[in-house]
Design a protein around this ligand. Structure first.
Ligand code: EAX
Length: 323
């Protein structure tokens, strides 16, 4: 009787041990706060992963660039020292050059157009380019349309921005486009940006409203011009070291979770755009809503000819033709 009792206890113990050890922690990093669009998207992704894998996988989140800038985090995912990053496409072109096509200024008409392109055949084709570069593109999330802020003056026309030192992401399309209208682009990793603005190392920067809000740039920037000059997609990138160990069912679970995270992140971008302008005005920013978009497009026409050479005029037109 005693022996049976002991073997039952041992069996129960073994069961607990098996279940306890079966849970795998997925480390995920992103640039902004847990309350930001990236935080919301990453949290929904993580909750869905845990739910769809019956708790066999759970996330540990590293917000606010705790693991370094986006480029650094992408390298870490490639190396397998980080499992997942939720990153803008800004620095992604340094790893998968074809992706830079979506960072061409004034390529997208509005959010509806941009989201249709990213969720359609073109977005799928771009995602398929990542495995060859040691990265798994789980799904598209979103950063938003980018606007220029600066500490010097209101920007309505391109000539108002001429000569300003503007921080850019490490993205050669953005750098080339800004140079073409007389701005001095200063590529810099995001974690260094707030201090650079505070110390006047750069005059300004450009980011979507959700980032300007969550990074509290109103504390170090006086002027915001709603240029909407670039649509900034984002995506969840996973390390092949994790992906290759997943069962087909779990691969499906992670991909579906990424879709849910992307939808939640886009909704947060919509909400921030809805309420953000008033919030930034209340925080003391001079918000210019009368930016001459046509003048900016016209000023960037010469550089567009170069982008057509780089990415193929047909590829660009294919994106523009998406309805
Ligand atoms: O993705 O670097 C940037 O300006 C990005 O917009 C930011 O890291 C969020």
């Amino acid at each position: 009787m005693k022996a049976l009792h002991l073997s039952l206890i041992a069996a129960a113990g073994a069961l607990v041990c098996v279940t306890a050890t079966a849970q795998t922690t997925i480390k995920i990093g992103y640039a902004t706060s847990p309350q930001s669009h990236y935080g919301v998207g990453s949290t929904v992704f993580c909750d869905e992963v845990e739910k769809r894998t019956s708790g066999r996988y759970k996330c540990q989140q590293f917000a606010n660039s705790a693991l370094g800038g986006e480029r650094e985090m992408i390298e870490a995912v490639q190396l397998g020292t980080l499992d997942v990053v939720n990153t803008s496409t800004g620095p992604v072109g340094n790893f998968v050059p074809e992706v830079n096509i979506v960072d061409i200024p004034f390529l997208f008409r509005d959010y509806d157009h941009a989201r249709k392109v990213m969720d359609g055949a073109i977005g799928d084709e771009l995602r398929a380019k990542f495995p060859a570069k040691g990265l798994i593109a789980l799904g598209w999330t979103e950063n938003g349309f980018r606007h220029i802020t600066n500490s010097k003056r209101s920007i309505v026309k391109p000539e108002d921005a001429r000569g300003l030192k503007i921080r850019t992401m490490q993205n050669k399309v953005h750098i080339e486009a800004f140079q073409s209208i007389g701005i001095q682009p200063t590529p810099m990793a995001f974690p260094e940006l707030f201090t650079a603005l505070q110390q006047g190392t750069v005059d300004g920067q450009e980011n979507p409203i959700p980032v300007i809000l969550s990074a509290k740039f109103a504390q170090v920037q006086k002027n915001l011009s709603l240029t909407g000059h670039v649509y900034s997609p984002a995506l969840l990138l996973m390390s092949p070291a994790v992906w290759n160990k997943l069962s087909d069912a779990d691969k499906k679970a992670f991909t579906e979770a990424a879709k849910a995270g992307g939808a939640a992140q886009r909704k947060k971008v919509n909400d921030d755009e809805q309420s953000g302008i008033d919030e930034l005005r209340k925080a003391g920013m001079n918000v210019v809503t009368t930016v001459d978009g046509n003048a900016f497009r016209a000023a960037m026409t010469p550089v567009w000819a170069d982008f057509a050479k780089q990415f193929g005029a047909d590829n660009i037109r294919r994106i523009q033709d998406v309805k």
